[in-house]
Each structure stands twice: as C-alpha cells, then as structure tokens.
Design a protein around this ligand. Structure first.
Ligand code: COA
Length: 678
C-alpha cells in the first residue's frame, strides 16, 4: 500500500501520509510525497494541506535507514520541491512533530497545530545534525537563539511556545482537517508568507555563538553533535540558505557514519527492544494500581515516590510510620521544586500514600516490594509476613542488590509470583530497574514487572540470578581492575581522570566516595569466604574503611573534602597507603597511560558482560548496555560497554585482556568468546 495519497477535496489538494507507527520519512514515504506534490501541481491547485493519519504527524526521518547508503529521492530535495511548488501548502500537525516532520512543516507556507503537539529537532540525540534543512530553516523561522537551543539540546517545545516564537500560524481545535480547511479560507491565509528559507535571521548579540560554544561543550560531556549543530545554526547568520543547506546535508551524511551516531542509534533501538525480551513474549500483564512497599528508608521512600509520581497508590509498611511519611514528603517536595509536580499535585500524591506498621494495610495490593535492610533473615521475615497478608495472586518482589531472591523466598508459597525488582538510588530519579527472574517466576509476573517499569517511566532490564545481578557484577569487575592498576602504579586521580575523559560522569574512586565505601566493604566481607584464594585481593579500600574514611559524607574517603564541599582533593595519606601496600608486596610501581587505563577497564567490562551472556543471566548484549547507560552513567554516545567493545573489535579487547591477565594472573575468568582463540 502506498503510504502517501493525494486527492482533491473542496478545491484543495489533500496529501495524507499514513505510515505507522510514527509516519517516519522512509524511502516509500519520500517517494510517495514527491509524486503526490507533482500530481497536485499538475492538477493546478492553488492551495493544499499535508496531513497525517495515525498517532502523530511525521516524527522524523527513518532512523532504521541511516545505516544504509541514502537513496533517492532525498529528503531535502522533496522538501525543496514543496517549498518551490506554486501551491500554498499548509502543514496540519498533531502529536510529536520531530526531525524530518518539523523540517517538512518548515518547508510549507502555513503551520497549524493542535494544542497538545510538541516540536523538536532531536537529531542531536542520534549524533547527527538534521539533514533536510532543519538547522537552516529554524533560525529563519524562530530566531537563532531558540534554534540553537533546540538543535543543540534536542528538547521538545509545546505548541504554545512555538506559536509565541512565531513558528506557528495558529493553534486550532480538532478535528484538524476541518480547522485546516477553515484556516485556508480565512483572511489569515489571504497573504502568502515569504518561504522560510528566504527569510533573514534576526541579529543575535555579538558574543552569542562564542558563549554558546562554551556552554554547549560543557553540557555535551564528550558528545560531538551538539557543537556540530551549533556550528550549522551559526551558518544561517553568515550565508544564504542556498549555500547553508547543502553544507548541512553534507555534514549530516558524514555524521551518519560516525562512531558516535552509530552508538547513539544503537542506544535508541536498544531502549525500545529492551522492553521486549523473549521471556515475556507470551505473558499477560496483570492489572496493578496499588503497591505495597516494606521499609520507609532511603530506598523504600524513593520507590514510594516513584510510584506516587506515576499515579499509583502506595501502602507503606514501616516500623516508624511518621518517618516513612516524612521521607516520602521530602522527596515529593524536591519534585515540586524541580517543577515535576505542582502544589495541588503534591497534596494529591500524598493523599494516595498510607503508612503503617501493620501489614494488614497491604491486603488488597497488587504488587509488594520489600526494601528493607540488606540482610537475608530480615528479608525472609518480611516475605513471610507479606505472603500472610497479601492476596495469593499478588506479586511479591525484593529490592535486594545482591542476595539470591530464591533464598529470600525460600519459605514463601507460590514461587511463580516472586521476582526481584532492583531499583537504583535515588529510586524516584534513576531510570534503571533490573527485573530479576527466578527459575519459577511466571511469564505473566515478568510481563507485569515490565509494564510496572514502563508505568514508572523506567527502563526495565531482565536479569537472571548471579551475585550483583548484571549491573553490580559488572561494577565489581571494573572496580577490581581499577584496584589492580592502583596497586601497580596508578593513582586514584589518574584513574578517575582517565574514565572521566572516556565519558563517564565520574571515575570509580570519586563514585565510591559519593555512594559511600561501607557498602562495598560489607559486600567484600560477605564474599570473603568464597573468594578464590589465588585471586589478587587489594585491601586498600578496606583499610580506608578501617580508618573510618567512608567517603564524601564524612569528609574523607579516597579523597579529602572540605566541610560542606563535594570537590575532591588529593590526600597524601591515601597515596602513602597505596605506596606502602605496593612496597609490602614487592611491586615495582609502573606508569600507565590514559588510554591503557581506559582499554583495560573497558576490556574487563566487555569480558564480564560476555560471561553474563554465556551464563544466560542476560538475554542480549543490548540488555547489558542498557543497564550500564541507565544505571551507571556509561556514556550514551558510546552505546554501552558491549557496543563499545564491538566497535573496538575483538582483537583490541583480547589484546587489552592479555595485559590485564599478565598483570594479575589467576584473577580473571575469561569469557569463551575471548578465551577460545587466545
Ligand atoms: N525512525 C524509525 N523508527 C522509529 C522512529 C524513526 N524516526 N521513531 C520511532 N520509531 C519506531 C520505534 O523504534 C518503535 O518501533 P517498535 O514499535 O518496533 O519498537 C515505534 O516507532 C514506536 O516508537 P516509540 O518510541 O516506542 O513510541 P513513543 O510513542 O513512545 O514515542 C516518538 C514516539 C516519536 C516520540 C519517539 O519514537 C521518538 O522520539 N522517535 C525518534 C524521533 C527522532 O529522533 N526523529 C528524528 C530522526 S532524524
């Protein structure tokens, strides 16, 4: 079926795009649109409407085509054909008018929208600049300042903001087709506006682009496309559209092949595929509206806030109900400050929270999540109490970070309803939710867990059972290798700088100081009895804990902090401790350059990820990438550790792993993938 149709109606040319799911500008749509405009022009129409069926106006170019050579007709040519056509075109917009959709609208003469539409040029999020005139027309439509903001951030704006900026002719009531026809008959359409490409850009302050360059570079954290977008917007202040548009197109095509764009496109599709693991293919989502949460501390109150913000009811069981309520209230107050909710919303959310020390308030809940102290016996008792009070079909979940859910649920009947729901702190903000299945978890419970993650606006990732599940197991390998580098010659600052320069928000030592060293300390003690005695064990973090250096919160950890400051300063005492350890172990300290540090740390992540796959803990590499991007700040523009490893190539990873193993023999188990051809 042709995704684009043309017909005449009431003397108007009506072009309709119907290409589910989001009317993306695939090859067939571009070709159909070009043909439709040609046909409408031949028919001698003076006015026409471009509209869409389905859930949105065109939401962009077809991202799935970006990895292939571009095929004619090219989008800028089709849009130029529209702009040059003698017909006065009106774009009738609704939904998310993004990328190629917004560019299409800017090639038309009039732009009409429903009140709820949103607009943007999100190509930057894919490591690109727009390829069909977006950076060249938008400054001419709404001014270079707003255009630079939208192109560099990729953010969407509302119809009312766009109207105010001069980007829309009117916001109209539905039905849109009726409103569009009425507009073309109204006096507003009597005068034909100058084509957007032919307008001049209003002057900006002299230092505007220089200032923006500094701001955009800082915010980009290693991503290069924001600056490319800024550059392209700046052209509009210097050269005409006829010169700027081909330059934009060329830059767009070059960037399509860049590593960053390939990685960001991988992340885009991975984000959608991650919610569809094979394991839930035949699952039915059970309805859920009321969530029981046991524990009102940091995790419990964060999970409660996430549920309330998503419009769910919460029954919190907490020995000290007043503390629970005030913890949740504090989190919602901060959501109020961040503009996420208004005052009335806050009151409404708080009215949906009940807190008691009595489990009977949870009797009618659909899902229960324990978020108590990380102790097996305590969690087992909570599970027993939940099973006693909840409906027999209610889902019972544990938020444990490390403990085997099977052990926690050992005495709970109906094991098919048991699942791990591992939130990351702060739970109302962090996007990741690891959904941990046991061999008994039913498909319906898993499908419901994914629906629950979606309802909370989180990225649910399926994990099997292993120590630390996907995320913390990867983190443990990463930290272990960082410690080996430390013992053998690097400093915490050198390693942190290397990983920050790689694109991480912070390095492993700064991160430990931020989250507190005591969690890792407790974990290492828990694992001590089962640790392979041949494996290198670096006790420096333990020594810091014994010196009560637990991180930022008490002013000292791997670094030292001035009171009230989060700025880390090197501490000679820590350097002495590290040097002393090396001396005791007869280690001749060596120097590691930055790329060597980065390669070794990425290689151990790739190796651990490959083992996680081989053991069936994760279904796909993309699941691991999503865990690291959404839970651990792995740079999105690198696509996650598995994608980054694939980009580097197996040989490069093997080479780095060889160095890792030579440095610390008997300390690593290689994944088959990397071991086989050694
Ligand atoms: N090209 C190709 N496929 C696209 C697409 C695009 N521009 N935009 C969305 N899709 C696909 C998604 O992959 C998904 O496919 P699936 O159902 O097989 O998983 C489907 O359309 C629905 O998208 P989804 O994101 O799940 O729906 P949503 O309603 O939550 O969001 C959008 C809709 C349009 C806001 C969102 O998809 C989006 O931001 N798309 C990208 C827009 C963009 O970057 N445009 C510029 C491209 S240069």
């Amino acid at each position: 079926m042709n995704p684009v149709t043309y017909h005449a109606e009431d003397g108007l040319a009506i072009i309709t795009i119907d290409h589910p799911p989001v009317n993306a500008m695939s090859l067939s749509v571009r070709a159909g649109l070009a043909d439709a405009v040609t046909a409408a022009t031949s028919a001698g129409h003076t006015h026409g409407i471009i509209q869409c069926h389905g859930r949105t106006f065109v939401a962009g170019g077809d991202i799935s085509e970006f990895g292939k050579p571009p095929q004619e007709p090219h989008l800028p040519d089709v849009y130029q054909q529209i702009e040059d056509s003698p017909i006065i075109w009106l774009a009738a917009m609704f939904g998310t008018v993004l990328g190629g959709g917004f560019e299409l609208a800017m090639a038309c003469d009039f732009r009409l929208s429903t009140a709820t539409s949103r607009f943007g040029l999100p190509e930057v999020n894919l490591g690109l600049v727009p390829g069909a005139g977006g950076t060249q027309r938008l400054p001419r439509l709404v001014g270079a300042e707003l255009a630079a903001d939208l192109c560099c951030s990729g953010r969407m704006i509302s119809a009312s903001e766009l109207l105010e900026a001069g980007g829309l002719d009117a916001i109209v009531q539905e039905p849109l087709d009726v409103a569009a026809k009425a507009f073309l008959e109204s006096p507003s359409a009597a005068r034909t506006p100058t084509s957007v490409s032919q307008r001049s850009v209003t002057a900006v302050p002299a230092d505007f682009f220089a200032d923006q360059k500094v701001k955009v570079t800082k915010a980009a954290k290693g991503a290069t496309a924001p600056l490319d977008n800024l550059r392209a917007v700046e052209w509009t202040t210097k050269i005409p559209f006829s010169e700027g548009q081909p330059m934009e197109r060329q830059l767009h095509l070059t960037l399509r092949n860049s590593e960053q764009s390939v990685a960001l496109r991988h992340a885009f599709f991975a984000e959608r595929l991650v919610a569809k693991p094979d394991a839930i293919k035949n699952g039915n989502v059970k309805p859920f509206q009321s969530i029981a949460i046991v524990g009102g501390g940091l995790m419990g109150s964060g999970i409660a806030a996430a549920c309330l913000l998503a419009g769910l009811e919460v029954r919190m069981i907490e020995v000290n109900p007043q503390t629970g309520i005030s913890n949740v209230d504090n989190l919602l107050q901060s959501a109020l400050k961040r503009g996420k909710i208004d005052k009335a919303g806050l009151q409404k959310k708080m009215s949906m929270l009940q807190c008691s020390d009595d489990y009977s308030i949870a009797a009618q809940c659909d899902i229960a999540i324990e978020a108590v102290f990380e102790d097996l016996a305590v969690k087992q008792t909570v599970f027993k109490d939940l099973a006693k009070h909840l409906r027999s079909d209610a889902i019972i979940a544990t938020n444990t970070s490390y403990i085997n859910p099977l052990d926690i649920a050992a005495d709970t009947d109906n094991p098919s309803r048991i699942v791990g729901l591992h939130f990351f702190s702060p739970a109302h903000i962090m996007k990741l939710l690891e959904i941990v299945r046991t061999p008994h978890t039913s498909t319906d419970v898993l499908a419901t867990s994914f629906a629950f993650a979606k309802k909370l606006g989180k990225t649910g990732v399926l994990s099997g059972i292993c120590d630390g599940f996907i995320g913390n197991r990867m983190l443990a390998a990463y930290r272990r290798q960082a410690d080996y580098l430390l013992a053998d010659g690097a400093s915490p600052l050198q390693i942190d700088n290397a990983m920050r320069n790689y694109g991480m928000p912070m390095g492993p030592y700064q991160l430990q100081d931020l989250t507190g060293l005591q969690i890792g300390y407790a974990n290492r003690k828990r694992l001590a009895p089962t640790r392979d005695p041949a494996e290198r064990y670096i006790p420096i973090a333990d020594q810091l804990c014994e010196l009560e250096r637990f991180g930022q919160r008490n002013g000292a950890g791997w670094y030292i902090y001035e009171q009230g400051s989060r700025q880390p300063h090197n501490d000679q005492k820590v350097i002495d401790l590290i040097n002393e350890y090396s001396r005791q172990q007869n280690i001749t300290r060596q120097s590691f350059d930055e790329s060597d540090i980065q390669q070794r740390l990425i290689a151990v992540l790739a190796n651990e990820g490959a083992r996680i796959l081989e053991e069936g803990i994760a279904e796909r590499e993309l699941d691991i990438d999503m865990v690291k991007i959404h839970g651990y700040g792995f740079p999105r523009w690198r696509g996650g550790p598995m994608h980054a490893a694939a980009q580097a190539g197996d040989d490069a990873i093997r080479d780095a792993l060889n160095r890792v193993i030579t440095q610390s023999p008997d300390s690593w188990t290689l994944a088959n993938k990397y071991a086989l051809s050694r």
